[in-house]
Design a protein around this ligand. Structure first.
Ligand code: BGC
Length: 748
């Protein structure tokens, strides 16, 4: 621990230390007046500041916060696949935090989207740990650029909302490590966030806020985290047990009650002085370091921040379908905007990430600003789900007289939020009906979707274009118009699979079935890892997104290992007539390890801008970990020598470049022969094969040369361990001698 912090701790009384391990109130740490250390303020959150300033004794509603910029929510940020935009977001939030006197942000949220029904999916990045970990890292780097602290949340396996305070996420160790802990591990090691927020749920029966293995053994001892572990709000059930397990800061804190329970526990010896010093010291160290980084409260440039919100949304919006190139909209032709959401956009999610913006721009407004010849009909009422025949009729009439038709639909605020999960993936009935009626009456319909998470699209073959805007923040309208008109060439890619229907999803039938236990039966097969394994048709695959130009991939070159680095290069050519950006993705297939494996896994990605007609080379650096799986028997990451396939392309299902390579670079596990070793293992190893031939070559030949010994018989023989030979009458002494000689030869 830092000497300065130790010196302060030394001066503090037991009560003062105990006060530090709970929040002073909803948003502040406790001040240490004795040492002249003030409190710091923390606030949500991932998509904009939710700074609440309640008066003494007052509790504000979730939505009562100071005016701030509403940025695209995490689902759209991830669709940019753009580390530099994510870092820029962190910097913008950092500037706002400085201006608002906030030291620590409660974000990013990096949980895996396990089921598309998850209520907070809009607040999370991806179904893939690499994307979540990389975008989360970039966001935190941006906050750090501005001297603001980050709290990575919700640690861990917090993938559903129903009964979130008590539900247990039950899974095997390999699934936990490879899928659910992986984004956190990457972020802890790469971005060094100040804090980790322990989530409400349990893992395998133990509350996360009391889980010593999670909070201390894995997070601190294995990954080297030195910051503060705080609880999610009101997650603490037993403050003393939490502190013992490694939780440093109870939030929001229960006032004097929190302090006295810790004081009593220390006096009773349930918590040692050292334990309290450790946690109080960590909180103090974080506070002191963030106070040091505080800069003057300079107001931020709202206009520039709004423009950035637009740029970020521009980079994330995904063009899912574009038959006959109906988009971009042709200039000089009339356009009908249909759907209440064109006028009343849905641009953010509900719950603790809710922001109070003062300047939301709808698509209709933005179209007028862009001088488009636009007519509008609502088609449905946002507050209702029943089909409104009159509104539909008006909408169809308007559409029939327009050259181009765009319909705006999406989930409503009440359809998805923090605090509960969805039960279906359908748009409200009136919206679905409107799309289908329009498609029947007019030739070319484009659909603009606003939603926090996956939507079923039973109408997708009836419409020409589909534009996924997710929850795009306060500049939603401008960004949508940028994409619709081609002012910006779309470059967003899906960071989650869009299945054809809910029943196709990996956790279907198990998700949210029990209040107490969520069984992760699908294991490591989440998202595309599942759909690819089952060769399942999907509506839109992971990594997919169209552009107004086309790209060609070529020249896949795999280099040689340089220490722990393996470089792979490929060339991307923009073969169309407009400039554009795309996301080259590199997947690895493990063809060697004798364990369950996904067909392929994303191991690198990049976002590259390529001018029309030009080419760019992309370079990916891979490490041993990218070839590894988590061996739960030995509690270690295992990379096996042998055959792999590397594939590069523009989505998980469009991988034009593939190459196989045999890796011999990893330290291989030494073979140790015993009675359980199989003959085929012995024959596959040059050393043991030679000993085997020397000692038992004759007997083997006798068997394999028998006239009626078929290839199948041989295979059956070789799929036998040594002890079965003994059981079959082979002299045990001879087999033991073989084992001893083999092991001696292997050691040489
Ligand atoms: C949420 C956190 C949030 C906290 C403070 C909790 O309900 O789960 O994500 O940071 O509230 O608003």
């Amino acid at each position: 621990m830092d000497k300065k912090v130790l010196a302060v701790l030394d001066q503090l009384t037991l009560e003062q230390k105990a006060a530090l391990v709970s929040g002073k109130n909803m948003w502040f740490t406790a001040a240490v007046d004795a040492a002249n250390i003030s409190a710091i303020m923390m606030t949500d959150g991932p998509a904009g500041l939710r700074k609440q300033i309640p008066k003494e004794g007052e509790t504000l509603s979730v939505n009562a916060s100071v005016k701030a910029i509403s940025y695209p929510s995490a689902a759209l940020v991830a669709s940019t696949f753009d580390r530099s935009l994510a870092r820029d977001l962190g910097q913008h939030l950092g500037e706002e935090a400085q201006a608002e006197n906030i030291s620590l942000l409660l974000g990013p949220g990096v949980n895996i989207k396990r089921s598309p029904l998850g209520g907070r999916n809009f607040e999370y990045y991806s179904e893939d740990p690499l994307v979540a970990g990389e975008i989360g890292t970039a966001y935190i780097n941006g906050l750090h650029d501005k001297g603001i602290g980050a709290t990575v949340k919700h640690f861990a396996a917090n993938n559903r909302e129903n009964h979130r305070f008590t539900n247990s996420s039950d899974m095997d160790e390999r699934t936990l490590r490879e899928i659910y802990l992986a984004p956190f591990e990457r972020i802890i090691k790469q971005a060094h966030p100040e804090a980790v927020m322990a989530s409400y749920n349990k893992i395998n029966g133990v509350l996360n806020v009391q889980n010593e293995r999670l909070l201390t053994d894995i997070l601190r001892q294995e990954w080297g985290f030195t910051g503060v572990v705080m609880s999610d709000w009101m997650a603490v059930a037993d403050h003393v047990a939490s502190l013992q397990a490694g939780l440093d800061l109870e939030m929001p804190g229960k006032g004097d009650a929190s302090t006295s329970e810790i004081v009593d526990a220390v006096k009773a010896g349930t918590i040692t002085d050292e334990q309290l010093d450790l946690s109080a010291g960590r909180v103090l160290a974080m506070v002191v370091s963030l106070l040091d980084k505080k800069s003057a409260q300079v107001p931020y440039d709202r206009g520039e921040h709004h423009e950035f919100a637009r740029k970020l949304a521009d980079g994330g919006i995904v063009l899912l379908q574009n038959k006959d190139h109906v988009l971009p909209l042709k200039s000089g032709k009339s356009v009908a905007f249909i759907g209440a959401m064109a006028e009343q956009p849905r641009y953010q999610g509900s719950g603790s990430s809710h922001v109070t913006p003062d300047h939301v721009v709808s698509a209709l407004e933005a179209a007028k600003q862009a001088d488009l010849d636009v007519q509008f009909a609502s088609g449905y009422e946002l507050s209702k789900t029943a089909i409104d025949e009159e509104r539909e009729k008006q909408a169809i009439e308007l559409a029939q007289h327009a050259d181009q038709v765009v319909v705006f639909v999406g989930y409503r605020d009440d359809d998805e939020s923090e605090g509960f999960d969805k039960t279906n993936l359908s748009l409200p009935e009136n919206q679905t009906h409107l799309i289908q009626s329009l498609a029947q009456h007019v030739a070319h319909v484009s659909v603009v979707l606003a939603n926090g998470s996956v939507v079923e699209m039973p109408w997708r073959d009836q419409v020409d274009a589909i534009v996924e805007t997710y929850l795009a923040g306060e500049a939603v309208g401008e960004a949508t118009i940028d994409i619709l008109t081609g002012h910006v060439n779309p470059s967003g890619k899906l960071a989650e699979t869009f299945p054809v229907k809910l029943a196709d999803t990996p956790s279907y039938g198990t998700f949210d079935q029990s209040n107490e236990h969520e069984h992760y039966h699908e294991g490591i097969f989440v998202g595309y890892r599942y759909y690819d394994l089952h060769h399942q048709a999907v509506a839109f695959p992971f990594g997919f997104g169209l552009s107004y130009t086309t790209f060609e991939f070529s020249d896949l070159v795999i280099g040689d290992w340089q220490e722990d680095n393996l470089q792979v290069t490929a060339t991307v050519k923009n073969t169309g007539s407009v400039d554009g950006s795309t996301v080259p993705q590199l997947y690895i297939s493990n063809l060697v390890s004798p364990v369950e494996k996904p067909v392929r896994e994303l191991r690198q990605f990049d976002k590259v801008a390529v001018a029309a007609g030009k080419s760019k080379m992309v370079t990916f650096t891979l490490h041993a970990r990218d070839f590894s799986w988590f061996d739960a028997d030995n509690m270690t990451w295992q990379a096996d020598n042998g055959l792999y396939e590397i594939a590069v392309g523009s989505s998980s299902r469009d991988l034009p470049l593939t190459k196989q390579l045999t890796i011999k670079h990893f330290a291989s596990q030494p073979l140790v022969v015993n009675m359980d070793t199989y003959l085929n293992v012995l024959l596959a190893n040059e050393t043991t094969k030679s000993v085997l031939m020397q000692m038992f070559g004759e007997q083997l030949a006798q068997f394999t040369n028998q006239d009626d010994a078929s290839a199948a018989d041989q295979q059956m023989l070789f799929n036998t361990p040594l002890r079965a030979l003994v059981a079959g009458g082979f002299p045990v002494a001879a087999v033991q001698a073989f084992i001893d000689q083999s092991n001696a030869a292997l050691k040489k």
